[in-house]
Write a protein that binds this ligand. Sequence first.
Ligand code: HEC
Length: 418
Amino acid sequence: MANTHHDEHHDDHEPVVYPDGALYGVLAEYDTPGELMDAARKVRDAGYTEFDCYSPFPVHGMDEAMGIKRTILPLIVFGGGVTGLLGGIFLQWWMNAYDWPWNIAGKPTWSIPANVPIAFEATILFSVFAAFFGMWILNKLPQVWHPFFRSDRFARVTDDAFILGIEAKDRRFDHAATTKLLTDAGAIAIEDVHYEGDPARKTMPKWIIAFIVGSTAFALIPFAIAAKARNSHSNQPHIHLFPDMDFQPKFKSDTAIDLFADGRANRGEITGTVARGSLNADDTFYRGIENGAWTTGFPKQLEINDALVKRGQNRYNIYCSSCHGFDGRGSGSVPQRVQAAGGAWQARNLVETGGVSVSMPNGQLFNTITNGFNTMMGYAQQIPHADRWAIVLYVRALQRSQNANLDDVPPNQRGSIR
Ligand code: HEC
């Protein structure tokens, strides 16, 4: 049907024969995208699977004409996502709940909400990897060379040619029959393409190879310099990438400058400066120590009154009650949570009759708040010195209230006690 008005093409595209290479496949050129699509349909109907269509632009409906199935990439991505999700959850379960369980304020070691962010990230990561590498593998990439590239006719598919290529490895392939099928489908030219053995075979230009080798070697030079520098000594100053940051115009202490009459960069101490280490000279107030031992008294600069006890109660309830409890008996909300989770952890009972906290000197109690004790951390960062003393005062009041006897009650109120 087509050949009559396409004769001129036949003249400049005689089939090339490469005698020593095995046949790779057959190319057929069609005049229009529509004819290419018709041919694709016929080739598909004849049962071929190892063929492809090449055109300068996407031809809509071509996938269907060729019988190309939907890509399985979405399934691969889904599989990657599921792997990431389960892997992320397993990883956290393994580390947090199984291999190295760690009690943090009595929180459960295994809880799904806490695992959501990592599981989510792992899902995304694995899906993306599956999409990226899956696409490459399904497309058989990277592939820099294809036997069809050796056909000059094939080079025109990026310009104005519509080409269908059938590979010889197709189980239906039969040179005579396949060629006839393509011709009957309206091909304006048919061309065999062979593997190597072609004298005019295209190879990668030498300059590209030289460029790759050269640039690779060049890229290694910085590493070689770094490796050498790490293994050798030099008395030269190092390289200053930002000299204005390394060398700043400023005066260092004990250097000479002519700006001031005395010629010194040091300007002396400002009046009222306290020497290092002299700021907290008051051992009792700052450390709870008096004459080298824990003080049993109270710092003289603090007046013991109702307001200070109230302040102490306020600070105690904020900083200590979570563990030691509002009553000081050691069952605050944190130990309660630990016990609810099956742990045996308990804060110290501060008010127990005969207990260590009752008998310890004020200074030691103060020091416990400052520096902590065993598993209890120190509160020096959160609680200023005076407030720590207020807490000491309040703990004493708590102990008194829990161990009270009749003598502690004012005589005029003793009658109201039952
Ligand atoms: C996070 C929980 C927690 C908090 C908050 C806490 N403690 Fe403790 N405290 C403990 C635990 C646990 C112990 C017992 C440590 C041990 O024996 O290993 C303890 C022990 C003590 C002791 C006894 C120290 C000794 O030498 O036996 C004192 C006194 C004390 N705490 C006072 C306080 C005061 C006052 C506060 C508030 C400033 C406070 N604790 C805040 C957990 C806490």
